[in-house]
Every structure is written in structure tokens, then in C-alpha cells.
Write a protein that binds this ligand. Structure first.
Ligand code: HEC
Length: 198
């Protein structure tokens, strides 16, 4: 191979390289779109999760079946849990209001109904009865359920603690609210409910 041949090869290689670079630059210039600040597409579920975790309210917790869980709950353990409430609440019959209102008969009692106690306007915004459900949710996170309440208590994370406490609080009443019947088991119900004609 003479030097002319080598020059042709070198030229071809160089030419190819240059062509590749030109194409690369050109395509970048044409196709390089700046990234948008927000993705233009929404992946369902993902964004919901992000939205839920960024707000103050915790994700909704599934309610237990009180008819099944309350009879199994440990009221004695619940009485121990209630000592944390007693920093601020007297639970005894005829007892005084303290930092918080007296809680005798609280299960089933109308919300913010103690005339002797000066409730926050947040608490006064409803007088719906304190059902098992309402208390179960409220005691997990008072501020999330009644935003602006002056009950400065972080809440009881453990569902079992709350069930035990409710089993105890229910008994601290002149007329304990009855425990609801257990939810019917879906597959068993129709057979039991429809007696066969004889
Ligand atoms: C740091 C003090 C404090 C602690 C601890 C506390 N509370 Fe309260 N609680 C309050 C105050 C104050 C209010 C009145 C809230 C308002 O008016 O916004 C209140 C209100 C309530 C209410 C609404 C009463 C009504 O008449 O509608 C319930 C129910 C309640 N507390 C239950 C509990 C239970 C159960 C516990 C224990 C797990 C507890 N609290 C722990 C201070 C406290």
C-alpha cells in the first residue's frame, strides 16, 4: 500500500467521524426538548399517594368490625391506656372538667355537649354523637379529625389500644351503649337467612 492509499483510508475515517458528529449535533439541536417542570402524564395511584402523604391528614384507616373486636378487647388494658387521658380528663361520674371535659358516658354522648366546659369552636362545629367509629378515628389523630381542636394529644397509633380503651370507656356510663352485632359473614348469611320451604 502506498502513502496515497493510506491517505484515502485516513480521509474516509475522518470523513465518517465528522459526519457522525454533524449528525449528532444536528439531531440534538432538533430533538433536545427541555424537560418540563411537571410531567405531562399522570400515573394514577402514584400521584394520589404523593398527595396523601404531603397533607396533614393521615391516610384513612380501615375501621375494624366493632361487633367482633369489642367483645374480644381487653377493658382492663384499656383502663391503663385511659390513664394517659386522665392527665386532662376526669372520667368518673359527676367528676369535674379539667383541662378537658369530664368523659363520663362519653361513648354515645353528643359531641361538645358539656355546658360547663368551654370547647373550641372546632369542637363545637358538630354535635354528632361520639360513636365507636368517631372515637376510634378521633383518638388516632385528634388534630386530623377535628382540625383546630384544643385537645393537644398526639393520638393513639395502636388500633388495639384504641379498641381496649373503647371497651373500657363504654363501661364508664350510666347506660353503656350496646356493642353492635358482629357483621354478618357474607357467604354464610344467605343460607341462614333463607329457610327452605318444607
Ligand atoms: C393534654 C390534655 C388532653 C389529653 C392528654 C387528652 N385530652 Fe381529650 N380533650 C382535651 C381538651 C382540651 C378537649 C376539648 C377540645 C376542644 O374543645 O377542642 C378534649 C376533648 C375530648 C373529647 C371530646 C369531648 C366532648 O365532650 O365532645 C374526647 C372524646 C376526648 N377528649 C377524649 C380523650 C381521650 C379518650 C384521651 C386519652 C386517650 C384524651 N382525650 C386525652 C384534652 C386532652
Amino acid at each position: 500500500m502506498d502513502s496515497f492509499e493510506w491517505n484515502k483510508i485516513a480521509g474516509a475515517v475522518l470523513g465518517t467521524l465528522i459526519l457522525v458528529l454533524v449528525v449528532k449535533f444536528a439531531s440534538e439541536a432538533i430533538f433536545d426538548v427541555p424537560k418540563p417542570a411537571k410531567p405531562g402524564y399522570v400515573v394514577e395511584g402514584v400521584t394520589e399517594e404523593v398527595a396523601a402523604s404531603s397533607t396533614a391528614a393521615p391516610a384513612e384507616e380501615a375501621l375494624p368490625d366493632f361487633g367482633t373486636e369489642l367483645p374480644k378487647a381487653d377493658a382492663a388494658a384499656g383502663q391503663k391506656v385511659s390513664q394517659r387521658c386522665e392527665q386532662c380528663h376526669d372520667i368518673s361520674k359527676g367528676g369535674p372538667d379539667k383541662i378537658g371535659p369530664n368523659l363520663w358516658g362519653i361513648v354515645g354522648r353528643a359531641r361538645a355537649s358539656r355546658a360547663s366546659f368551654s370547647y373550641s369552636s372546632a369542637m363545637m362545629s358538630s354535635h354528632a354523637p361520639w360513636t365507636f367509629e368517631a372515637l376510634f378515628r378521633y383518638l388516632k389523630s385528634p388534630q386530623a379529625v377535628v382540625p383546630g381542636t384544643k385537645m393537644s394529644f398526639a393520638g393513639l397509633r395502636s388500633a388495639q389500644d384504641r379498641l381496649n380503651l373503647l371497651a373500657w370507656l363504654r363501661t364508664q356510663s350510666d347506660a353503656p351503649v350496646p356493642i353492635p352485632p358482629p357483621a354478618a359473614k357474607a357467604p354464610a348469611a344467605p343460607a341462614a337467612a333463607a329457610p327452605k320451604k318444607t
